[in-house]
Design a protein around this ligand. Sequence first.
Ligand code: C5P
Length: 222
Amino acid sequence: KNSIQIAIDGPAAAGKSTIAKLAAEELGFTYIDTGAMYRGITYKALERHIDLENEEALTQLLLETLIELKPSNEGQLVLLDGDDVSDAIRSTLVTSSVSAVASHASLREEMVKRQLKMAESGGVVMDGRDIGTHVLVNAQLKVFMSATVDERAKRRQLDNERRGIDSDVNQLKKEIAERDKMDSERQASPLIQAQDAIYLDTTNLSISEAANHIIQLAKERM
Ligand code: C5P
């Protein structure tokens, strides 16, 4: 039994994807960024001027949309009907719109179906908001990763800097807190720590320290 399922959840900008990706590489597992899937459909909905409150229209749009996650040197490519939207889905507009789209139960149902299919073969590290609670409910390892809002805003600012985007740390703090509030307070599979998840505070951990911690926990379960 050398391949297990690892579920990583937590609030925005806690370092989940960076750390999950590293751990997956080290373990030889598939990494699945479910946030990128919600971002992808949000991007397409914005392009088409679909009302973000319209659950039926958004779910229909998703049913007609192919979302692919492909490993690449840069980390991961996100393809929407074959088009590379990896950068576009990280825009401020998509980021501030995605929680509204992700609040719809029927859209989430279709997402979970796809995520389960993606996780069918071999070891997997999946990150998101509801992975331990609704997607990989039998995962051998569940981690709930967080850090203080200040630390998360600082990291996001550094991230942005690297991508050539100027940002105000206080504005980022506000945006992150707002998104966490929406994700935690929605009816449909809200962001919450699974009962059997291990809490990991990454505020004072480096990326490699956090990844190594997860790799260690994974090895204990293989
Ligand atoms: O992880 P990331 O910040 O890219 O996620 C973007 C948004 O997608 C989250 O703020 C949340 O609204 C939604 N999401 C979700 N369930 C997941 C993953 C992401 O609702 N499993």
